[in-house]
Design a protein around this ligand. Structure first.
Ligand code: GDP
Length: 473
């Protein structure tokens, strides 16, 4: 795989000359606008300009399914946000206990990632993690899971900083807000005051001629909660939420854990297609055959399949993918392996570009010019001292290597040794060329220089190093 410099410059919108200069600085002095470079080098150069390069030979899209059916109506996915202590957890617990956990399980009090609730107006999915951390954590991984934010505001407290933050988050993500004014059972509750405060935030209730849906609830007693759920149930149609139901499943990991007995349990939300037992799933860098599908929050309730807007626990992955990661069903285990290998490689490259050393090191050892020096001196002590001084001049872009350091005049053997190197230099310290060495060196164009002061020798070596950096036309 190679990329042509001119193509690369065009893609990144920089002048080819700038790319070429960067490559020169890496010691690749022969590149021109028509040269091609390998992907690894290209990645390094791209990173210098703030770009990353996708592996050109492998397209994830070729493995991942696309859908051509227009889709069917699906349940909305809801995240509850609001200021601390305004009742997010209480509301989620109430709904989970009242609507999800079956009697036998004895009412699940632990959160379960996500669950689905049936309302009089159709099903609704709740992300069972309160607060905007969950929302933003998912968003930061590019996962757009939430269709509706339920903004909870305590009737005895009103709009608080986190309430405003939640409004901002939802607006930035273009997610509609439904307000739940909570704690209306409290004697201090002042719904009117809260609604005035909301108006200042641009959330104007229908009673005031606005468009914001505002419900009044008590998460503690359950008053108004069914009405809120019904309101949410209606939203699937209002928001025209549809998803393709046929074909291989794709969706988002809500959370995952490793269970002692069952291995990896990944709670995922199916967002397209149909997820079935036996499917090959890839999530991030993990994969596996679906051993079982379980309904979250209901003990041992196995599902045959899961369609869009269904949260489901997947057993069978070979590791726990982080929340917010996409998952996909692929056709074969071979596809899964390829996809995972490609992602690992991509991450590895990205890491090595970001942290520098390993990739840089590899480029250096391959491409950085090395000035190879044969060194002769009158006494051993001088030879040693000069060897160290010169080798210390080594820089990231040009290296200095003393390939031989000895005592005595520069002889034919020394010249032959130097001839073998790409960038040779023979240095005599208080010694001269003897016998036919001069002639041979001249004939073979091997530079020979003699000095009697160490710093002069190192100055000269520095000049040679700079020469090696300069482009050749
Ligand atoms: P979160 O921080 O938003 O998750 O708030 P919590 O759900 O932990 O609720 C904070 C406190 O308010 C708890 O002591 C709840 O019992 C209480 N609380 C929540 N909802 C209601 C309600 O509707 N009425 C009353 N009276 N108390 C509530």
């Amino acid at each position: 795989e190679v990329i042509q410099i001119s193509d690369m410059a065009h893609q990144m919108g920089v002048k080819a000359a700038r790319l070429i200069r960067t490559l020169w600085q890496q010691g690749m002095r022969n590149v021109t606008i028509n040269s091609s470079i390998d992907v690894e080098t290209a990645e390094y150069v791209a990173a210098e300009f703030g770009y990353t390069i996708e592996n050109v030979s492998f397209q994830e899209d070729e493995i991942l399914a696309s859908y051509d059916d227009e889709g069917e109506l699906r349940a909305p996915v809801v995240t509850i946000m609001g200021h601390v202590d305004h009742g997010k957890t209480t509301l989620l617990d109430y709904i989970r206990k009242a609507k999800v956990a079956d009697g036998e399980a004895g009412g699940i009090t632990q959160h379960i990632g996500a669950y689905r609730v049936d309302t009089n107006q159709g099903p609704v999915v709740f992300i069972d993690t309160p607060g905007h951390e969950a929302f933003t954590a998912m968003r930061s991984r590019g996962a757009a899971v939430t269709d509706i934010v339920v903004l909870i505001v305590a009737a005895d407290d009103g709009v608080m900083p986190t309430t405003q933050e939640a409004i901002d988050h939802a607006r930035k993500s273009d997610v509609p807000i439904i307000v739940a004014v909570n704690k209306i059972d409290k004697p201090e509750a002042n719904v009117g005051r809260v609604e005035q405060m909301l108006m200042k935030e641009g959330l104007v209730g229908e009673d005031y001629g606005g468009e914001t849906v505002i419900s009044h609830i008590s998460a503690k007693t359950g008053e108004g909660v069914d009405e809120l759920l019904d309101l949410l149930g209606v939203q699937a149609e209002v928001l025209e939420l549809v998803a393709p139901v046929k074909g291989p499943a794709a969706g988002t990991v809500i959370e995952s854990r490793v269970d002692k007995g069952r291995g990896t349990v990944a709670t995922v939300l199916v967002q397209a297609g149909e997820l079935k037992k036996g499917d090959i799933v890839v999530a991030n860098e993990f994969s596996g055959k679906v051993r079982n599908l379980l309904q979250p929050g209901v003990k041992n309730k196995r599902l045959k399949s899961a369609t869009p807007s269904t949260p489901v626990e997947v057993l069978g992955l070979d590791g726990a993918p982080p929340a917010g990661m996409r998952f996909h069903v692929v056709e074969s285990e071979r596809d899964a392996r390829q996809l995972v290998a490609h992602r690992r490689e991509k991450r590895r490259r990205k890491e090595s570009v970001l942290s520098g050393p390993s990739l840089l090191e590899r480029i250096k050892s391959k491409k950085v010019p090395i000035l190879k020096i044969v060194l002769k001196a009158d006494v051993q002590g001088s030879a040693e001292a000069l060897k160290h001084t010169l080798e210390d001049l080594s820089a990231s872009k040009v290296r200095v290597e003393v390939i031989h350091a000895g005592v005595g005049g520069i002889n034919e053997t020394d010249v032959k040794l130097a001839m073998a190197a790409e960038n040779p230099l023979i240095i005599g310290f208080n010694v001269k060329a003897v016998g036919k060495a001069s002639k041979l060196a001249e004939h073979e164009k091997v530079p020979v220089e003699t000095f009697s002061v160490i710093y002069e020798a190192s100055d000269r070596v520095r000049e040679r190093m700079i020469d090696l950096l300069e482009p050749e036309y």
